[in-house]
Design a protein around this ligand. Sequence first.
Ligand SMILES: [Zn+2]
Length: 80
Amino acid sequence: MQCPYCGREMEEGLIQSPQELSWLPGKKRPLLGRAQFHDGAVVLSELSMLKGSAVLAFLCRDCEKVVIDCAGGLSDFNRK
Ligand SMILES: [Zn+2]
């Protein structure tokens, strides 16, 4: 993937968590972070009780940006 900021090639990797990984709207950090409790939330990786959650992510070290393509859940390591 090309960095959308500088155009250089990005490094492929992953972001993982023992919890569900989701994007939540707004700037407040809620007590309950799960997507099901928030309108407009986007699940990045469903939780697996055995493996936790993980999503494919691309890093640009020059710009210090991380990009996650969340279209269709294709980046979710736990996608069924
Ligand atoms: Zn960049």
